[in-house]
Design a binder for this molecule. Structure first.
Ligand code: MEV
Length: 345
């Protein structure tokens, strides 16, 4: 089997944290059910996975801001209070690539009305922009780490708000699902921006298949919106049916009826294909996983590229090989309960 690219599955740096250093990690996530329909008020089920982003933050004695994101780039600037509030000014380096880190750090300085110098080192096991929640895990972990270096512990709900605002300012739109699951961990039902953690669901085995191609969530959301406004009689019932797969998926995960969960994932996928967000490569990875014995398989996230997930039982190896044969990148990870974690202070 082809080896998985190092940039995709690298282990986070092992940080040696000192007194002034805070170490925070946050998980990535997958949509088990309900992406796209959640934009129209239907429920979605999101869950955290074992792949995490790792942030080390060190307080500096100056007003300097420095951030290094392993394999991505670095940026520096000066933290200043202006008439509009706290800002990271005079920025130099990979501003565009590290825009989530800059924006959420500024949001934390504004929220706390304080801005001491800081050096951030970030590494992630998550492929960037692949629909596995890399931006949500980085914005939440950076938000917590920056606050801790300023001597503050912020409430979980405030971390969610600060990270959500940063994603919204950058992307134009965002949902609280990604940042909510990065903070709380475990299964999260989201409906109309209301988050509900679900504790009594069984943890099925999954395999992620990455197409190696990234797509823009906002463009896919826009595509569905246009189609829906042109032909509401066709698309509205499809959106409602996706919501129904989420509700029944939750019920079957609760009663541990995994085969039924797989069937519902397949139904959800057919509806997503109907919405036009799947691609021929995603369809190949999904079909080959099913042929190799997956109980169900579907896109996770916005589609247009990114990743798919397969629900498996004993046949993980076969499914991984099938994804690999279709030029996908199999990523073995698990559904994992851990949310935002402060590893050491
Ligand atoms: C993208 O990860 C999921 C979508 O439902 C968009 C959203 O919920 O913001 C497509």
């Amino acid at each position: 089997m082809r080896s998985i690219s190092k940039t995709i599955l690298k282990k986070p740096l092992q940080h040696h944290t000192g007194e002034n250093t805070k170490h925070v990690t946050a998980p990535g996530q997958i949509f088990l059910f309900g992406e796209h329909a959640v934009v129209y008020g239907q429920p979605a089920l999101v869950v955290s996975i074992g792949l995490r982003t790792d942030v080390k933050a060190k307080r500096l004695d100056t007003s300097r801001f420095e951030a290094v994101s392993e394999g991505v780039g670095k940026v520096s600037g000066n933290i200043k209070k202006s008439p509009e509030g706290w800002k990271i000014a005079d920025t130099q380096g990979d501003k565009e690539k590290l825009k989530y880190i800059l924006k959420v750090s500024e949001n934390v300085f504004k929220h706390l009305d304080s801005g001491s110098g800081i050096k951030l080192s970030i590494s992630s096991e998550l492929p960037l922009g692949a629909g596995l929640g890399s931006s949500s895990s980085v914005t939440t972990a950076v938000s917590e780490a920056v606050a801790l270096t300023q001597g503050e512990k912020i409430e979980k709900e405030t971390i969610i708000d600060l990270a959500y605002q940063a994603e919204k300012e950058i992307q134009g739109r965002a949902s609280r699902a990604g940042v909510g699951v990065a903070v709380h961990g475990g299964f999260l039902k989201i409906k109309n921006d209301k988050l509900e953690t679900l504790e009594d669901l069984s943890n099925p085995d999954i395999i992620v298949g990455y197409t190696g191609k990234n797509a823009k969530t906002c463009e896919l959301v826009e595509k569905v919106k246009k189609q829906k406004s042109k032909s509401p009689n066709i698309y509205d019932p499809m959106i409602r049916a996706i919501g129904q797969t989420t509700r029944e998926g939750i019920r079957n995960l609760r009663s541990n009826e995994i085969e039924k969960v797989g069937v519902l994932m397949n139904v959800n996928q057919s509806l997503l294909e109907g919405l036009g967000v799947s691609t021929s490569h995603l369809n190949q990875l999904i079909q080959s996983s099913r042929d190799a014995g997956a109980l169900g398989a579907k896109i996770t996230g916005a589609g247009g590229g990114g990743c798919m997930i397969s629900l498996c039982r004993k046949n993980a190896g076969k499914i991984k090989n099938a994804i690999d044969r279709e030029n996908g990148i199999p990523i073995r990870t698990e559904i994992s309960g851990g949310g935002l974690k402060i590893d050491s202070e």
